[in-house]
Design a protein around this ligand. Structure first.
Ligand SMILES: [Zn+2]
Ligand SMILES: [Zn+2]
Length: 438
């Protein structure tokens, strides 16, 4: 048994390692607004770009990102997006074109291209339907290089118009193809339906498609008073949509309708929380002895629609600021307090009633008032805890009163402030120092 296992390892292990390293490619950061753990991470993959064309890929990627960012709600939520490029080279430039579609345009050459992900025109006999045929490679490249991606778009290095959706969005570098990819992101990122009639096989209950036309309960009932949102019938009876020729899910070049835009915004806020950083850390109770700043660092939409409430034991003490200062002198000894920052995006893009429950973020700190003034009780050494009225050696957050002869000899000492009273005096044993934080 042992011999067989060893042989298996020798045969299988190198093959396994080879297969993995095959999918390792350089990852470039095009846009970094914050940590991967709290952003929508968009991955752009090149297809039909040779190794010598990666500069072109980068500028094509920038053009795509520009058009995504100029499309609501991404315009407002730019700060919520990271964009990464994985530099995967192809052996040849462009995409294959069999010339077998029923709607062949004039002038695009028929050719077979050795590109990495197998992008080709004419899928399902529709010329502009450009799809990637090597999904396994897409999956392996993503899993190996950027496993935390939220959205993936394959940019195909062909000047001819085309693209597709599904699990991944595909677009060529034709100036209008970015619109295809953004429409397709509506399918892949938000599960939106087409608002044109795509055929009965695509008809299903979605945010923007339903069989229930009752104005009191229709999926987009919150938007019925916002023209041009209404209840429009698809060409096939029994299915309804929120707009007629007023949404990018129906026709390219239009913005997303309010219903689809709400779907995008909900998805963005599902994935990105408004607070990036909390100071001081709130994983353990804090004992305050001096006025202390509490702050949050938020990810701001543009315009900033975040509403911030600060509460102390449920009582509102401040609003909108990202920082408050608490003075422990105003707290009672022996009582535990909860300081909370409550943050909700009040964007007009969301009307659903469960928004506050789903997307409000609350940051809590547990706080107690410490011993506010640490007074020497007799002559002795600073580092002797029994010397002090608080029963502990002063720290950089201690207000200290020296009323006796105190020696600093064992180590350096620190305090927030020191006041001398009566015979109070510090005797420094070289090279010891007292460090004051204030
Ligand atoms: Zn579509
Ligand atoms: Zn729509």
């Amino acid at each position: 048994m042992k011999t067989i296992a060893l042989v298996w390892l020798i045969v299988q292990l190198p093959a396994y390692l080879l297969a993995q390293s095959d999918f390792v490619f350089p990852v470039d950061t095009l846009v970094k607004t914050g940590p991967i753990s709290n952003r929508i991470n968009i991955c752009l993959l090149p297809d039909g770009y040779q190794a010598s064309e990666m500069t072109k890929f980068r500028s094509d990627a920038q053009l795509f990102v520009n058009s995504l960012q100029s499309s609501a709600p991404f315009t407002q939520y730019k700060a919520y997006l990271n964009v990464f490029l994985i530099r995967v080279p192809s052996n040849q430039s462009g995409a294959s074109h069999a010339g077998t579609a029923s709607d062949e345009p004039f002038g695009q050459p028929i050719e077979t291209i050795d590109n990495y992900f197998g992008s080709q025109f004419d899928t399902y006999g529709i010329h502009r339907l450009v799809t990637v045929n090597n999904y396994t490679r897409v999956t392996n490249v993503l899993a190996t290089n950027l496993p935390d991606y939220d959205m993936v778009v394959v940019l195909v290095n062909s000047p001819y118009y085309g693209g597709s959706g599904g699990g991944i969005s595909v677009a060529t570098t034709h100036p209008s193809s970015g619109e295809i990819a953004i429409h397709e992101i509506g399918h892949s990122f938000v599960s939106l339906a087409d608002e044109y009639w795509a055929g009965p096989q695509y008809a299903s209950e979605r945010l923007n498609m339903t069989q229930n036309p009752n104005p009191a309960s229709i999926r987009w009932k919150d938007w019925l008073n916002a023209p041009p949102i209404g209840i429009f019938q698809h060409p096939v009876a029994g299915w309804y949509k929120p707009t007629s020729y007023n949404c990018k899910m129906e026709a390219l070049g239009l913005p997303f309708c309010a219903v689809c835009r709400e779907g995008f915004t909900n998805r963005i806020l599902d994935l990105v929380h408004p607070v990036d950083e909390v100071l001081p850390h709130n994983d353990a109770p804090l004992t305050l002895t001096i006025p202390t700043k509490f702050s949050i660092k938020t990810v701001r939409p543009d315009p900033n629609t975040l509403h911030i409430d600060w509460l102390l034991n449920g009582q509102l003490i401040d609003q909108q600021n990202e920082m408050v200062t608490l003075d422990p002198a105003a707290l009672q000894a022996g009582q535990t307090y909860q300081l909370s920052a409550r943050i909700l995006d009040t964007t007009a893009f969301i009307r659903s009633t469960d928004h506050a429950n789903l997307h409000r973020q609350t940051v809590n700190w547990t706080i107690q008032r410490g011993c506010l003034v640490n007074i020497s009780q007799r002559a002795g050494d600073w580092h002797d805890p029994t010397l002090w009225s608080c029963g502990s050696v002063p720290t950089s957050t201690s207000q200290v009163i020296i009323a006796h002869k105190v020696r600093i000899s064992i180590a350096d000492a620190s305090a927030y402030q020191v006041r001398f009273e009566g015979d109070g005096h510090i005797n420094y044993v070289e090279p010891r120092r007292l460090w004051l934080a204030n």
